[in-house]
Design a protein around this ligand. Structure first.
Ligand code: SAM
Length: 193
């Protein structure tokens, strides 16, 4: 395993998940998705780690994250990339994640309260895109906002089971898709639900 992966795993092991939870803090040590209110969840830790490693973050990466949620995944992205643009549609989650991540000292995260199924065109293109809610199909807007040479992770499928797809865009703009796991995420609300 390369040294960067080792660094990510070490940081992940020391990250206090309960810091990202306002309720059910006593459940933070379980390897399970836990409710964070508004019918949403903080993702399963092992899956957060798997997705972070699979995204192949570089110190220069500009990352778009759709579904800020608790900010747990956002913290990992921000620690190992140059900058993160994160979009959340629920105001209370957006506000509390923003407060938490500022308190944790992150200064390279940009927050937006909006429907992220359209991405965040203003700052595109992105080297990496991480979607933490499930879409029926891959949003065309996200494909367009991914840089040639870039990578996107997105759960695609029904509300009962999804393929976690790694989408790689080559330098000619051609997409290469690989299913790396089967997962169960809450739906990406909006046009691609
Ligand atoms: N990684 C996050 C965590 O561990 O806290 C995952 C949060 S949860 C599984 C998915 C999040 O996606 C929820 O906060 C939900 O509100 C958000 N979401 C769903 N559809 C969205 C959309 N169209 N735009 C932005 N956020 C969306």
């Amino acid at each position: 395993m390369d040294s960067r992966k080792k660094e990510i795993i070490a940081y992940f092991r020391n990250l206090d998940r309960s810091f990202f939870m306002d309720k059910h803090k006593e459940l933070a040590g379980l390897d399970e998705a836990i409710p964070i209110g508004h019918q949403q969840t903080i993702s399963q830790p092992s899956l957060v780690l798997e997705m972070t490693l699979a995204l192949d973050l570089q110190p220069t990466s500009k990352v778009l994250e759709i579904g800020t949620g608790s900010g747990f995944q956002t913290a990992l992205l921000a620690k190992f990339a140059a900058s993160v643009y994160t979009v959340e549609r629920i105001a209370e989650l957006h506000n509390s994640a923003q407060k938490r991540l500022a308190e944790a000292g992150f200064a390279n995260i940009h927050f937006k309260l909006d429907d992220g199924s359209f991405g965040w065109a203003e700052h595109a293109p992105y080297d990496r895109i991480m979607v933490t809610a499930a879409a029926a199909i891959i949003p065309q807007e996200l494909i367009e906002q991914l840089k040639p040479g870039g990578k996107m992770l997105i759960p695609v499928g029904s509300s009962f089971l999804q393929d976690l797809q790694l989408v790689e865009k080559d330098e000619k703009g051609k997409l290469h898709k690989t299913v790396i796991d089967n997962v169960l995420f809450v739906p990406l609300k909006g046009k691609y639900e």
